[in-house]
Design a protein around this ligand. Sequence first.
Ligand SMILES: *[C@@H]1O[C@H](CO)[C@@H](O)[C@H](O)[C@H]1NC(C)=O
Ligand SMILES: *[C@@H]1O[C@H](CO)[C@@H](O)[C@H](O)[C@H]1NC(C)=O
Ligand SMILES: *[C@@H]1O[C@H](CO)[C@@H](O)[C@H](O)[C@H]1NC(C)=O
Ligand SMILES: *[C@@H]1O[C@H](CO)[C@@H](O)[C@H](O)[C@H]1NC(C)=O
Length: 448
Amino acid sequence: MISASMEKGNYRAVVLLLMVAYFFITVFNTIPPITNRFVPKPKRVSQPVESSILASQQTITPLTNTKHFLVSAFMDQRVKGFDVRIIGIFRRDSIHPLHCIFFCAGFLSETTSASVLVHSDHFGFPFGATDVLCSKPDNCNATHVTLLTKQNPVNISDQLWLPIRNRKTHNKETRMNFTVCISTLFGDYNNVLQFTQSLEMYKLLGVNRVVIYNTSCGPELDRLLKSYSQEGFVEMVQWPINQYLNPSKGWNFKEHGGDLQYFGQIVTLNDCIYRSMERSRYVLLNDIDEIIMPYQHDNLNSMMDMLQSQHSNVAEFLVENHIFPKKHFEPSGRFHLPRWNKVPGVNILEHIYREDPDRNIYHPHKMIVQPRLVEQTSVHEVLTKFGQRFKVPMEVCRIIHIRVALRGSLKLEQLHVDKRLWDFQEKLIPNVDKALRRAGQLREEEQS
Ligand SMILES: *[C@@H]1O[C@H](CO)[C@@H](O)[C@H](O)[C@H]1NC(C)=O
Ligand SMILES: *[C@@H]1O[C@H](CO)[C@@H](O)[C@H](O)[C@H]1NC(C)=O
Ligand SMILES: *[C@@H]1O[C@H](CO)[C@@H](O)[C@H](O)[C@H]1NC(C)=O
Ligand SMILES: *[C@@H]1O[C@H](CO)[C@@H](O)[C@H](O)[C@H]1NC(C)=O
């Protein structure tokens, strides 16, 4: 009985549904939508501006109709005459006039002419770090920018747009004191122990953030860096330069060949300075096997307070590089810890012998800069800046650079014993253990 009445109900419902459907199909020539049946469809705007904007999600963006690449765009109103600086990688023999166009919170701006400045340090490579300066029309709250080869392009939707960073209105990040910029990891670099020790040493010295550009790295280092970026100390910037160019593994075109110096090192250092400009008081430009070490202060904060009070308008502090050859080991083996044996890489605490720099030849420095006072940087010096340069005396600060010997002919007796790193061992060793354990590089029972 019950089932019979259900069947009857079902039958009635089906008939009703069919009738409704038939009504819609014949009267409106359309299948009725399931929801919002009686709400009229919104009117379709012929070319909605928002949907014509395609923001680039990559760190390297090919520029339509050119051989160039765009990396990032920053609000930069420190100098009259332009508002936005775009950092790019340009083919130097193919520079033609370009036009800037802005997306102004809802509409497209008129174009303005771009000024293209290839950095002077390109070391002869076909491609070089390049700044493009754009001035923004009035009444434009620009959020995105891109470059056009023609003032009136046929089809604007071919273009990828760069978000404009460092727009002060949206900057809620807490202010940092020190950021370290590490340019381009590549190959299967897997020096996990030295990497961990350096990062933990930076932390003890007061560094708040380490920005690392990554083309590729070894599997254990990959795990370590993912763990550090989860924690927030490391900021990874993916840098797939090898997908667009044939990057050189050296710095000199004549010697090493390729399209671009050292995997785009100069481009990444400039990008890092600008991305740190609004959030970090100082930026340290050094490699991961280098530690900028105060020799009279416990940390970078107190050292910079002293230096800056003596040299108030200095933008660029040059720090001397000192090589600690990794072939010489400290003889007691005090810090040769068995639990680190299976961790790939160099143990910096075992290398205490320091070369004297050969002062008869060019001796490259690394830098601590005030990012707001820098316009363009190279690797061993700032190219253009709004302040002065100061060479920090080696008694105050120098770089501990543990690597293959630079002056390999020097005998052990000719090197200086320098145990500055040992002053930090009490905190450094447990912190390194903790970081290695967190990244799964140390077994639980192997911890201190
Ligand atoms: C730009 O943005 C500011 C703050 O959000 C606003 O007060 C101003 O009216 C905007 N100007 C234009 C031209 O949209
Ligand atoms: C403009 O370019 C887009 C994306 O390349 C394409 O889908 C569209 O059909 C083009 N429009 C015209 C008018 O050429
Ligand atoms: C920056 O340094 C000052 C001391 O000079 C310190 O009080 C402050 O906490 C530091 N900020 C960060 C984010 O470490
Ligand atoms: C570095 O880049 C390589 C290649 O894209 C990727 O496989 C790896 O996961 C990246 N590592 C980190 C820590 O970002």
